[in-house]
Design a binder for this molecule. Sequence first.
Ligand code: DGY
Length: 330
Amino acid sequence: MTKPNILVTRAIFPEVLEQLSQHFTVESNQEDVIMSADEMARRLQGKSGAFMTGTERVDAALLAQCPQLKLCANMSVGYNNFDVAAMTAAGVLGTNAPDVLTETTADFGFALLLATARRVSESEHFLRAGKWTRWSYDLFAGAEVHGTTLGIVGMGRIGQAIAKRAALGFGMRVIYHNRSRLDAATETSFNAHYVSKEELLRTADHVMLVLPYSASSHHTIGAAELALMKPTAILINLARGGIVDDTALAAALRDKRIAAAGLDVFEGEPKVNPALLTVPNVVLTPHIASATIGTRRAMAALAVDNLIGFLLHGKAVTPLNPEALKRTGV
Ligand code: DGY
């Protein structure tokens, strides 16, 4: 039987390529060239599947040029790179990689919150620059994390894993806002209280964003929302660029309208709003919340399972738009 052709759009663990090669004829991009839309369409010719990382745009224009494409498998839980409606209309299935990164990403939420509250990056730069001459009572004195109120916007799997850490590990009061309220037993398990977005912003000591990006979550936090927050508050964005208006945030940080921010994701990344680079009270990391070797391997493995499951056996593990199959009769 001829093996289906697939494209691996970005560099990936060599053993993932080896595994894929046992089942598919693989064109890979181990040199990790960032492809233009035209290049992507060219390299997808004759391919029935694509292993993607969540950074490659799949839209109607691309799909129109790739009639043989059946599956785009993201090795990420986020899938805002997919125009899901266009994929469904074209009969192309999308899959993502949920669950396997939940705990690792929640850990990183605390890494960013602690680093920001306790001024870890700022103080390390000070030390490395040879500026540390003596201990003093207020040297890089920061904000408390334990015992404070954490406001979580977006209470999916990652939000809940953060809430657990907050309540059980840091003795925090947890308030949250989400499209839908959790059931009472889940709320009780980490003593979380559902509040409006406005109340959350007004009362939380620290705000963590873990909601998915969509047109409706664009600029969930802008100048008006930042103005509601306490001047001592810290904002953490683990979710996606575009959920925060980075220009408004940089101004709020510069003017000390909020105390600090920890950001793993940015509008238009990998570009970073230059204004954010000039303020000291922000910790910036390059979209690494899920980046442990074990978790990245698990995310890749799930994308592989989706490719094998769907292209060889007709059943994906984590389909996003199963209704696409009605159009193709798969
Ligand atoms: C995800 O899985 O969505 C992470 O942001 C990594 O891309």
